[in-house]
Design a protein around this ligand. Structure first.
Ligand code: THU
Length: 135
């Protein structure tokens, strides 16, 4: 089964009663495992979580750390791009050359790397002068 098919399968479980917009995400890790996530909305709207965040949480809970490939799918007019927050979350666990395949349920596909999705990402390298004694 392809990573897009995995994402499409988990999308069926999305809890999106407020937006009506179901999203599925699948991550393949360098260890070769696949972890899945879907969006989980909440009546307190800001408490909802994206599909990508769910897949990352599943990856970490399973003991994997590095992303090799990402797929995300929704029913929309053009391939669904990860939101800004999810781009930063993906960059935490993926190198810049990792490919993110964005998809629609109708069959459209768009591939971009993590670095293309988040140019100029903030990373720990900027923190070398940080005050380690700060509370
Ligand atoms: N959403 C995702 O899960 N991933 C994306 O890449 C884009 C947006 C969700 C969040 C919310 O539940 C719904 O889609 C509408 O924003």
């Amino acid at each position: 089964m392809s990573l897009i098919q995995d994402a499409a399968r988990v999308r069926e479980n999305a809890h999106a009663p407020y937006s009506g917009f179901k999203v599925g995400a699948a991550i393949r890790t360098v260890e070769g495992h696949v972890h899945l996530g879907c969006n989980v909305e909440n009546v307190a709207y800001p408490e909802g979580t994206c599909a990508e965040a769910g897949a990352i949480a599943a990856m970490i809970a399973a003991g994997d750390k590095r992303i090799a490939e990402v797929a995300v799918i929704a029913d929309c007019p053009a391939p669904v791009p990860p939101c800004g927050g999810c781009r930063q979350k993906l960059a935490e666990f993926a190198s810049g050359d990792v490919v993110v395949t964005m998809a629609t349920t109708a069959g459209a596909r768009l591939q971009m790397t993590v670095a293309e999705l988040l140019p100029g990402a903030f990373d720990a390298g900027y923190m070398v002068n940080a005050d380690k004694d700060a509370p």
